[in-house]
Ligand binder design. Structure first.
Ligand code: DQA
Length: 141
């Protein structure tokens, strides 16, 4: 199994960004946990973070023939990026949308995901475990 782990905007600031919402784990630590879990599951992973919508789209397109699954935290793009939604639909690779925080229990605008309808699952509110569960979900798919 080959899996792309894709982190969207502002996730490079994890650890210092609103720690009461997103926790104190840095992106580097999160990626280490993801790598360890992937190893246990026997999955090969590629990890990418970008603050730019177009770069995220390019990355999704780049792996379309390589990846068996994608674990994607689109950050705030979750709530309004039809371009990312179209990219997920276009590549036809099973994608799980993940969020550290529980997007259903925050501001109104976060309750809507325009990307979830083209994903196989949405996992939200489990912190680092959202990514680990997301990985399990795409590996089992
Ligand atoms: C997030 C939730 C989004 O609403 C927010 O814009 C983020 C992070 C999360 O992981 O909880 O950047 O995707």
């Amino acid at each position: 199994m080959k899996i792309l782990i894709l982190h969207g905007p502002n996730l490079n600031l994890l650890g210092t960004r609103e720690p009461e919402v997103y926790g104190k784990t840095t992106l580097q630590e999160l990626n280490r946990k993801i790598r360890e879990h992937a190893k246990k599951l026997g999955a090969t992973i590629r990890i990418k973070q970008s603050n730019h919508e177009g770069v995220l789209i390019d990355e999704l397109q780049r792996v379309r023939k390589w990846a068996d699954g994608v674990v994607f935290n689109p950050g705030a793009y979750t709530h309004y990026s039809y371009a990312l939604r179209d990219a997920v639909a276009a590549i036809g690779v099973p994608t799980v949308e993940v969020h550290l925080s529980d997007i259903q229990k925050r501001e109104e605008f976060r309750k809507i995901s325009v990307i979830a309808p083209v994903c196989v699952a949405q996992i939200s509110g489990l912190g680092v475990n959202s990514y680990l569960k997301g990985l399990e979900r795409v590996v089992k798919k």
